[in-house]
Design a protein around this ligand. Sequence first.
Ligand code: KG4
Ligand code: ZN
Length: 323
Amino acid sequence: MEGPGLDLILGIETSCDETAAALVTDDGELRANVVASQADLHARFGGVVPEVASRRHLELVTPVIREALDRGEATLEDVDRVAVTQGPGLVGALLVGIAAAKALAWSRRLPLVPVDHLQGHVASLYLEPDPVEPPFTCLLASGGHTLLLDVRSYTDHRVLGTTLDDAAGEAFDKGARLLGLGYPGGREIDRLAQEGDPGAYGFPVARVPGLDFSFSGLKTALLYAVRDLPPAELEARKADLAASYQRAIVTALVGRVRAAGGDRIAVVGGVAANSELRAALADAALAPLALTTDNAAMIASAGRFAKPVPYPGYLGLDAYASR
Ligand code: KG4
Ligand code: ZN
């Protein structure tokens, strides 16, 4: 299927609770993008259970890779490089993707590209049909991270700000849990907030110095508001609580992005799916909706720019939990 000289990259992502594989060409065309979410499996625990996630990745990783090849009308023979998330994430989960990537690359003597998951989120912006070119200021807001980045090139960035406590997505998830909504919570709050009044509650927007973020006080404020309401009242005010809570998170994120300045702004990560945030930063380059939450297209995309490890030097490659 490939044109001459056009490398095909197989991306694999297993850092948390999504088992994902994708095919991307060297010039940024997305040929296939398969994501098997384990969200339902973890929902009854209200969060990701690492051991359960690893075992599920093990079951899903091969069928998901096969599906990506099928959808991309390719075979393993067509793949020129394998890109895989090395970290940060759950080590047991990461190791499943890394083992699969090593086996596939080694069997065909291909190079392997270890990809940083956060670089991956940024690289969700680099795919066709509307690729964004560095430099830009990037808000990366996910379940595990909230970072303001000065992205200088495809491989180089500087951290301008980070969260002092919870990540923005974590704040959404914990808020959803307090409101008795499902997991993952961001999407649930987003949905319920559409029916509520964002001005109903004046939840605090943390004031921390510089360009850092803090969301733990907000979570506590919601906890108090929920605790003070009788059950029937809580049910009636749920949408208002969700809308006000979301407004506080979005206000904090947008405030920092604006304070960072820079004439080109981009937003990536799971929280970039939030409808209020997308509307508030409509002038920014927003990651394509389907590529905001974890996927392997962004990993393969980052694999276009990150340094490959030639065969067979990657067999000892290990995962890392944090940066
Ligand atoms: O990037 P991601 O898939 O995984 C990590 O790398 O952490 O982000 C997942 C996070 C979760 O916290 C989820 O609640 C949040 O993204 N999220 C949202 C929305 N969709 C997903 N947060 C707010 N609004 C949404 N629509
Ligand atoms: Zn992520």
